[in-house]
Design a protein around this ligand. Sequence first.
Ligand code: ADP
Length: 254
Amino acid sequence: MPIIEVRDLAKQYPLPDNKSEKFFAVNGVSLQIEAGEIFGILGPNGAGKTTTLEMLEGLNDIDGGEAFIDEIDVSQNPYKVKEVIGVQLQANEYFDNVNLEELLGLFGALYNRDIDPKALLKKVQLEDKAKAKPANLSGGQKQRFSIACALVNEPKVLFLDEPTTGLDPQAKRNLWDLVRNLNKSGMTIVLTTHNMEEAEELCDRLAIMDKGKIIAEGTPQELILEHAPEPPEAPLHGDLEDVFLVLTGHGLRE
Ligand code: ADP
């Protein structure tokens, strides 16, 4: 059985210009994610990636369909699900006057876990920042710290929503290394991204999402071989941007 099984997931929101009518932000998404995968949901802004993740995390009500994580029904047992998942919050949501070590201790207490903050900071390469406040971290360090917070309950599945958006190339690569290391220790990682390079470099498998629907799924190579047009001047296939253009008729950043 896959560690994540999603069937026909749906979410409706009011239309921005006519609140009495609704539209499907997530429109019948089905996914099977195996334990140990790094699985990416790739799509442009507004595709429904965050909403999908929020429903899987139990942070947003499910309007239709069902989702199981580690055989737990997310809508029936939202609290039980939280024991097996790690959710990365944005760093600006943390208290300003508490240092990293203390914050991890607080998160551990919330989960009733006796954690070792120093070991967790080491895992995300922030051991020398134990006494620093979140506000004094760089963008990449903040992202790595938010991952440390998501690890306090030793999750089986880690959800990352656009983890490298806004990071410089070095910080991005550091974060990819961290994700790969966590994955090597057996953790399943589900991330959203609109960055093709990230999707191609990091993810074992991808679902390409547009307008609330999954429009293609496979390994990056499978998607490129299947969908990217072959450039006439070179026998090699294109990249994931081409895949996206062919499938949707528009680019990822539109
Ligand atoms: P993505 O993560 O792919 O950028 P989102 O899941 O954030 O996409 O958004 C999908 C669609 O749902 C967008 O059109 C967005 O404007 C809309 N949306 C997201 N959250 C809400 C909300 N709380 N209320 C109304 N509409 C929303």
